[in-house]
Structure formats: C-alpha cells, structure tokens
Design a protein around this ligand. Structure first.
Ligand code: FO1
Length: 310
C-alpha cells in the first residue's frame, strides 16, 4: 500500500459492523465511506437517510448495537405523540435520532447538498472518517411486488418483507450523478473494500449510479469484497428474498459474479469454502475465513483479512 487511503462501499447494518473492526486496525482519517442513499425516505416532511445515519452513529459509538440502527437508549416520546395524532408510525424514530432528521431537512431546504450535510454531521459527531452519500441527486429504491410498487422501507419495515417481489426499480438512476468526491475517492484510493452489504439494494444501488462502476474498473487500487451471504443465507435483511426473486442464485459465488468486472479479491466464509474454486474461475482471488461478525475480535480479524488483499 503506497498511500494509505481506503475507500469503502457501504449499505447499513452489515457495513457498519465491518467498519467497527476496520477503524480499530486502520487510521480513521484515511478511511472514506461511500454510502447507499436508495433507502432514503421522506416521512413527516423529514428527509431520513437511514444508511448514512447507521454508519455515522456506529462510527460515533452511539448506535443501538442490538438493533444495528438508531441511537442507544433513545426515547420515543415524539413518536408516541405522532401516534396519538393519527400519523402512520411504522418507521420508528427516536427523539435523538429525530434531531438528525430535523437538521438534515432544514439544511437541505437551505440548498445545502446532502454530501455537505453528511460531512457536517460527521464533524458534529467528532468523526475522523469521511462519509459520502453515493449521490446528491434524487434516487429511490422501489420494490415491485405482485400487489404494486412500494418504497424499499415500506417493503422492509412496514410490510416486514412479506410481499412477493416481482422486480426492483432504482428510481432516479438514469439522472443521478455520483458526488465528485466519490469518483475521486475511488480513483485516488490505495485500496477499495466492498463491505458485506446487500448486493442488490445497498451495493447494487451505488453501482447503478453512472460513472461509479467505470471508476471501480479504472482505478489502480485493488478492490476486495466481503460476501454478505454465508451458507446460502444472510445474517440480516432482505438479500436472500431479493436475490431469489430476481432469479439470482443465493450464494457467495453469485455476489462475486455480480462484481466480477471490477473485483480483484473476494472473501467468503468457511461455510462456503467449496465455492472457492468457482470464484477463482472468475479470475478473482478468493480468501476463505470466518466472516460472521459476533465479537469485536471477529470484526477486527475480518478487517485485517480485507486489508491484506489491498
Ligand atoms: N429498521 C426497522 O426494521 N424498523 C424501523 O422502525 C427502523 C427505523 C429506523 C429509523 C432510523 C434509521 O436511521 C434507521 C431505521 N431502520 C429501521 C433501519 C433501516 O430501515 C434499514 O435497516 C436500512 O435502511 C437498511 O440498510
């Protein structure tokens, strides 16, 4: 590694858990995290960026570790009152978390970009890492179910992943431009890590932004990805259901295959070691290790293995 900059592509909970390990084995100030904004949603006239907040709160050490989102020991007084007022309250917003959404919404209304607001919030939480939204433009992950089209958060949180998925639509992908800082962070990094996030609605959204995939192919940096699929299933979230309904085999190999055009190395779990050769047949170096992140030591180990590929 010549210069020390590492750029990570991230979704929400899985990525944040990985980053907890990375910041313990690598200098925070050299880490840039490019975060999915396809999950962003407007509720109660507030702009909510769940994945940016999950990454920010986690790196700030204030995330609710059990849930993986929201702030530890937050209260839900505002939320309870909204309920009384007859609002739909399927998306749980804590009182402290609410302050973040108020701040972001007010700043957006003043014409400040999401990337600037994200940087300010990171500074306010005393983070040394750089956090970047994948785009400052409108982008929304829509799930087309057999009963109609809904927002990704409606599919996941409101309906509890119960609907049958027909397809996925990235509304805004044709027009959305990547943040310039994102392209720079990919071009100038000494290494790139694709976090163990959903390959469709977390990493797939980032890759759907014009110019990002090409930047990943053209960068001189090595690119390593960590499989979010362990033994044909996921730790959390809808990856399994999404991949199945899109006709994609639910396996670590499939994830490597989705990233094949820009990937140099792929980390898969011991439980999937029989897929090592299939991954290597794609021309990608495959590393088999424990990828389940239960303890802080697990997270640090996984980060060390990822860094060793760069
Ligand atoms: N996830 C849930 O399953 N239920 C919730 O009520 C919920 C609220 C919420 C509020 C703020 C926030 O930043 C995240 C929140 N999440 C919630 C998580 C989020 O919906 C997903 O985990 C991510 O979008 C997936 O990466």
């Amino acid at each position: 590694v010549t210069n020390k900059k590492i750029t990570c592509l991230a979704g929400g909970v899985g990525a944040a858990r990985f980053l907890q390990g990375l910041v313990r084995v690598f200098p925070e100030e050299w880490i840039t995290v490019v975060v999915n904004t396809g999950d962003d949603i407007e509720l109660y006239d507030l702009h909510i960026s769940p994945d940016i907040d999950i990454v920010t709160y986690t790196l700030a050490g204030i995330v609710d570790e059990e849930k993986g989102w929201g702030i530890r020991n937050d209260t839900f007084n505002c939320f309870t009152m909204l309920q009384r007022y007859g609002y739909e309250t399927w998306f749980n917003i804590g009182d402290k978390d609410l302050a973040t959404h108020l701040y972001r919404t007010e700043q957006l209304k003043k014409g400040i970009s999401l990337s600037e607001i994200t940087a300010k919030l990171a500074r306010l939480h005393a983070l040394k890492e750089t956090i970047l939204p994948m785009t400052n433009d409108e982008f929304e992950t829509r799930i087309i179910t057999d009963k109609g089209e809904i927002h990704f958060q409606e599919y996941m949180v409101k309906h509890g992943m119960q609907d049958n998925i027909v397809s996925v639509r990235f509304a805004g992908a044709e027009r959305a431009k990547p943040c310039q800082e994102v392209i720079n962070a990919i071009a100038e990094a000494s290494g790139i890590i694709v976090c163990p996030s959903n390959p469709i609605v977390s990493i797939g959204t980032i890759l759907s932004i014009k110019g990002i995939r090409r930047a990943l192919k053209e960068t001189k940096a090595n690119v390593v990805a960590i499989s979010p699929i362990i033994a044909g299933t996921v730790v959390k979230g809808p990856a399994e259901k999404l991949m199945r309904s899109l006709g994609i085999e639910v396996s670590a190999f499939s994830v490597a295959d989705l990233y094949e055009d820009f990937l140099d190395a792929f980390i898969l779990d011991n439980a999937d070691k029989e897929q090592k050769e299939r991954v290597e047949a794609l021309g990608i170096k495959a590393i088999v290790t424990n990828t389940l992140m239960k303890t802080v030591e697990d997270k640090m180990h996984l980060a060390e293995v990822a860094l060793s590929c760069l």
